[in-house]
Ligand binder design. Structure first.
Ligand code: HEM
Length: 395
């Protein structure tokens, strides 16, 4: 793989809403009422804040439908499983689900994930200092998913830039739509080629897929491909940043993990609970007479669910604002729940495990060296650190 294509700075901050600490407000909302009408990004919307109500919405896809995304994400991605329900959703998700099972991922671990991690660390390990968000976290999962899709490495930087522009559509709508059609144009010849000559990649899986004996329409293929890159990259780099930030600001837990790597799954799950990279999702109410958290929500209305608030619900977690890798409590909701539970959860956990183990192995005596930077976790729709300026013992 050509490392030089990564010399250009493709970092685009797609965080929507520059909020430093939303948790006091979530806490106050949960105390007032678990479900309420709130102005979100300027529009009044029902929002569920408590763990139980968020869980109820995500678990019942007949009452709470994902077609809510037809008016937003579908306009940018095209047809996508995120916005489908019922049989259509199961059939489309099933096409690529096997590629994301743990067993299938074992191969990618050694052939792809570990080499990319070490190649990126090679560039900084001898220096003794780095800004991990831009130099490592952001560049890593995006390369993994681009390669899993089958994008040639020399096109990665362009592909990443376009994808980031597309998903930052809330910031700049024209640029987002332009990027979406540019990606379609770029991908079209690959889809044709893989249809004639399939390879071991996800474009080939989709190009040759059939549902009920019919080939997947091209627009559905592009919809999938447009979703997978941001879904796979945007989220994992934020998770890795949140984990690194949590450990660097809780040095006793960092040392415990360094000494006992079997604690990695606990550290990752607690990070997902403590700072959910994706803070919310939404559904549309499909039935009359639905009451949630004591509030009647009319059919046809949308409801946002605050994953970030649910994960800090004090009725489920003791002292919920504290980061504690030994915490007990119910599973967090950072990967959603029910039929749309994150398809890439295993991949995200695996990538984060490989990356954090390599960081701990190679960047000895790792510590935050903030200078004037004031690194902190921020964001309203997505959350992760602004920057992670660090020092360590040069290799
Ligand atoms: C590691 C951090 C990640 C987080 C926090 C995360 C979060 C989420 C959440 C909350 C959902 C549910 C959305 C909803 O129900 O409306 C979701 C769905 C999804 N995620 Fe992830 N994700 C992560 C990593 C990944 C990765 C690595 C991939 C791989 C490509 C991925 C692909 C997907 C897909 C395809 C869906 C849609 C599933 C469906 O609609 O059936 N995610 N993710």
């Amino acid at each position: 793989m050509d490392a030089d294509v990564w010399d250009i700075d493709v970092f685009v901050d797609t965080t929507v809403g520059d909020v430093r600490d939303p948790y006091p407000e979530y806490h106050a909302r949960r105390r007032e009422a678990p479900v309420q009408m709130v102005a979100q990004f300027g529009t009044p919307t029902y929002v569920a804040f408590s763990y139980d109500d968020v869980d109820t919405v995500l678990s019942d896809s007949e009452t709470f439908s994902s077609t809510v995304f037809e008016k937003s994400l579908v306009l940018v991605f095209g047809p996508t499983i995120l916005a489908m329900d019922g049989h259509e959703h199961i059939a489309h998700r099933g096409l690529i689900a096997s590629a994301f099972r743990l067993k299938a991922l074992e191969d990618w671990k050694t052939t792809l994930i570990e080499p990319i991690v070490h190649q990126l660390l090679d560039r900084i390990a001898g220096r003794g200092e780095a800004e991990l968000v831009r130099e490592f976290n952001f560049r890593f999962p995006i390369q993994v998913i681009a390669r899993m899709l089958g994008i040639p490495s020399e096109d990665s930087a362009m592909f990443v830039r376009r994808s980031m522009e597309m998903i930052s559509i809330a910031v700049n709508i024209d640029r987002g739509l332009q990027a979406s059609s540019a990606l379609r144009e770029y991908l079209a010849p690959f889809v044709e080629e893989r249809r004639r000559e399939p390879k071991e990649d996800l474009i080939s899986v989709l190009a040759t897929a059939e549902i009920d004996g019919h080939r997947l329409p091209d627009e559905h293929i592009y919809g999938f491909l447009r979703l997978l890159l941001p879904a796979g990259a945007e989220t994992t780099y934020r998770l890795l940043g949140n984990l690194t930030f949590a450990l660097l600001t809780n040095p006793d837990q960092l040392e415990e993990l360094r000494a006992d790597r079997s604690l990695m799954p606990e550290a990752i799950e607690e990070t997902l609970r403590w700072e959910a990279p994706v803070q919310q999702t939404a559904r549309e109410v499909m039935k009359d007479g639905i009451t949630l958290g004591g509030v009647e929500i009319p059919k046809g209305h949308s409801i946002s669910v605050s994953l970030g608030s649910a994960n800090r619900d004090e009725t489920k977690y003791d002292d919920p604002d504290r980061y504690d890798i030994h915490r007990e409590g119910p599973a967090h909701l950072a990967f959603g729940g029910g039929a749309h539970y994150c398809l890439g959860a295993h991949l995200g956990r695996l990538e984060t495990t490989v990356a954090m183990n390599a960081i701990l192995d190679r960047l000895a005596d790792l510590r935050l060296e903030p200078g004037d930077a004031d690194p902190h976790v921020h964001g309203q729709a997505f959350r992760s650190p602004t920057s992670l300026p660090v020092r360590f013992k040069p290799e």
